[in-house]
Write a protein that binds this ligand. Structure first.
Ligand code: ACO
Length: 703
């Protein structure tokens, strides 16, 4: 996307509204009215074939009759007229289009959207929408939308896929006092998408935080790339995370992948903080748009009430923020600004007697002290104090320290006087919340932002794609055979080609051949049926383990054949696999699905009940570097098992991380061929003793 065309879209020097109307209540009227009421200072041209004047502005009869090639055309004509209007805009040399009109791909008319896009591309115009509310910008006094007014001013910028939500959030900015500079409705994203806007906003001096409402991406990897490069905090609320194709999955990994997990992984890799709901989005945006990140862990709470202090402490624990007592010298100094029955620990309780001076002195001292990395100031409304004066004392204290890189958030719990005081704080750059847990949520967002950016700061090394050629030959053979998946032996050959340690497995086509292979492999061995028609081999009686000698091999061969024929009489049995029996180890699962939005992913979890019952698994978008793998392994809830629970020796984590890295490289390399894979189970041994992939599954993409 040519970023200069986004300047025309978002900071236009001239605007035409094509489909402007003189009838109040029509969108074409409201957009003109909003542009005027918003105070737009550029040239404004209403275009309508019959009207002569709209809201005292002279009307231009058509796009071709415009006296200049405007930067932006806002289109509000019905869908059947859009292609013609876009063609005229192109001929006129207009640079950007904001297409409010609905009736395109959202109602199954992708053909109309493609037609419009083809014309726009031919003339090098960028298109926002279609099916949007428009764009709003306080700093440009531009309300090129049918949302009623510009948002409560501030430094966040919203990009939303839901137009209705933009209108609702616009109004909420005034009740919540969360300030936005811009609000952009992105609609069907025929052309301009999240990534394009994020890149543009990164250099917008009026945006300090990018706030997203997302329903889905067209190109998830482009979003990750753009977000990773951004130097400003991004916060995302993802809607529709409940049922993401998991039901139709053919592999174990597929059934564990939900949008919540895959999107969560993508946000993490993109350095994007998440919000859990709309309120949470506002709370977090307020902090991220006004304050620097919390870079270290020493957080101090100052309060005039024990109750709100405890509520804030509980919230800190919920958000995983460790609270420590301040050092003795800090406590000694703070004691000077409270009565004897106060507490200088953490929370610092100035007691209900605290007035402006105590707040001022204690905030100033604590905020300036080198021990303090961040500050949460709480206040309960009392009859002896004036909330606005308390707010002003806090702000004065903060300013006088000269400290700029430590975050501070405030909560003022009380009535309308507190609301007014909090509005004053927000207008003066300090996030303020009506409840202590909300303030702590704001601080948690500042901490998460810091941590997530640190995690992606180091790109680290990946693994080489070694096995491409041999794997593609194996896959081509299976496809020529009419199969949609590889046999276990083929899957293991593919895994092995990428350097994954697999149990030695060979195909026998007769009892005698099975005996020869068993002797070559070394007893004990495992024998398994190989049949494209039998996916669940154990259920069919197609697996025998711990076979110790030749007689056992012969008997197992016969039994497996008999069981499988009884299970499925017409099953295409290709032979019996003779496999090395791996010694017992800690079971883990590594897998992948090729996600429709993000492409190949890699999943890791502990086997057994951890995966079956607890679904304790973690995802990343593949490929992954070694640092990301280390984070993956560390973030499952049952990670302590790998460290050696209940007196067991620690497992070989280095070998496990290497396996996951190679696995991710493999699925990324074969992304055009492979739909889903599992290495399940993988047995992990004691430190230094490595691991083995015992079973392997590869399901091919349908072509
Ligand atoms: N050039 C300029 N103006 C033209 C042209 C032309 N070639 N042809 C017609 N017009 C004028 C019409 O004469 C009319 O003006 P008038 O009122 O003076 O007669 C004006 O354009 C609008 O055309 P109408 O036929 O009256 O269409 P209407 O205003 O009813 O609807 C609209 C147009 C708003 C674009 C509608 O088709 C639509 O898509 N509505 C949904 C928009 C929407 O909700 N988008 C956001 C989705 S997100 C959310 O849900 C909030």
């Amino acid at each position: 996307m040519d970023q200069s065309s986004l300047n025309s879209l978002l900071k236009p020097k001239s605007v035409a509204v094509v489909g402007a109307s003189s009838q109040p209540g029509k969108i074409g009227y409201t957009v003109i009215e909003n542009l005027i009421k918003g105070g737009y200072k550029g040239k404004l041209y209403p275009i309508n074939p019959t009207a002569t004047e709209i809201l005292s502005l002279p009307v231009v009869p058509s796009v071709t009759a415009l006296p200049e090639a405007v930067d932006l055309a806002v289109i509000t004509v019905p869908v059947k007229l859009v292609a013609q209007v876009v063609e005229e805009c192109g001929q006129k040399g207009i640079k950007a289009l904001s297409v409010i009109t609905s009736g395109f791909s959202e109602v199954g008319r992708k053909d109309l959207e493609d037609q419009m896009l083809e014309i726009a591309r031919r003339y090098g115009m960028c298109v926002l929408g279609p099916n949007i509310v428009g764009t709003l910008s306080n700093s440009d006094e531009l309300n090129a939308s049918f949302a009623p007014f510009l948002p409560f001013p501030g430094k966040a910028t919203l990009i939303t896929q839901s137009g209705a939500l933009l209108i609702a959030m616009d109004a909420i900015t005034y009740t919540r006092k969360v300030g936005f500079d811009k609000m952009i409705s992105i609609g069907n994203m025929a052309d301009v998408d999240f990534a394009d806007l994020i890149t543009w906003l990164d250099t917008d001096p009026n945006t300090s935080c990018i706030c997203l409402y997302i329903e889905g991406f067209k190109d998830g990897r482009k979003f990750i790339e753009a977000s990773r490069k951004t130097k400003k905090p991004i916060i995302a609320l993802k809607a529709g995370v409940s049922a993401h194709g998991a039901a139709a999955a053919a592999s174990h990994t597929g059934s564990l992948a939900g949008a919540v997990k895959v999107y969560g992984a993508a946000f993490q890799q993109a350095g994007v903080v998440q919000a859990s709901d709309l309120n949470n989005l506002f709370d977090r945006t307020l902090a991220l748009s006004l304050q620097p990140p919390l870079r270290k862990e020493n957080l101090l709470i100052i309060t005039n009430g024990g109750g709100v202090g405890v509520l804030a402490t509980d919230a800190a624990e919920r958000y995983g923020i460790p609270l420590k007592f301040a050092p003795a010298d800090v406590q000694e100094e703070l004691k000077k600004h409270m009565p004897a029955f106060g507490s200088a620990k953490n929370p610092v309780d100035l007691t209900g007697m605290a007035g402006n001076d105590w707040y001022y002195e204690s905030v100033k001292f604590a905020y300036a002290h080198p021990w303090t990395d961040g500050l949460v100031v709480l206040y309960c409304e009392t009859a002896m104090t004036n909330p606005l004066e308390i707010a002003q004392a806090i702000k004065k204290a903060i300013d006088e320290t000269g400290v700029k890189d430590h975050p501070v958030v405030v909560s003022m719990v009380g009535g309308t006087r507190c609301d007014q005081a909090m509005q004053w704080l927000v207008e003066n750059g300090i996030p303020a919340y009506p409840a202590p847990d909300e303030a702590m949520n704001g601080m948690a967002a500042l901490r998460e932002y810091n941590n997530i950016r640190q995690m992606i700061a180091d790109d680290g090394d990946g693994c080489d794609p070694t096995g491409s050629k041999i794997s593609r030959e194996i896959i081509a053979k299976a496809r020529a055979d009419g199969r949609g998946s590889l046999t276990e032996i083929e899957a293991k050959q593919v895994f092995s080609a990428y350097g994954l340690p697999v149990t030695e497995t060979n195909l026998s086509k007769s009892e005698d051949e099975a005996v020869t292979l068993a002797k070559k492999t070394g007893f004990p061995i495992v024998m398994k049926v190989v049949s494209p028609d039998i996916i669940h081999k154990s259920d069919a009686g197609g697996v025998k383990v711990n076979i110790k000698d030749e007689a056992g091999v012969r008997s197992a061969y016969q039994t497996i054949l008999k069981n499988c024929k009884a299970y499925k009489a017409d099953a295409d049995i290709r032979g019996i696999a003779v496999q090395e029996m791996a010694p017992l180890g800690t079971e883990v699962i590594v897998g992948s699905i090729n996600d429709p939005t993000f492409g190949p992913t890699v999943m890791f979890g502990l086997g057994g009940i951890f995966v079956e019952v607890l679904k304790d698994v973690t995802f990343r978008v593949a490929p992954v570097n070694k640092q990301q793998v280390s984070q993956m392994v560390g973030e499952i809830r049952s990670v302590a098992i790998l460290a050696g629970a209940r007196g067991e020796a620690p497992r070989d984590r280095a070998a496990l991380e290497d396996l996951i890295c190679r696995y991710a490289t493999m699925v990324y390399d074969l992304r055009d061929e492979v739909a889903e894979t599992d290495a399940n189970p993988v047995l992990v041994y004691e430190e230094g003793k490595g691991l083995k992939v015992v079973d392997a599954r590869v399901i091919l993409k349908k072509k």
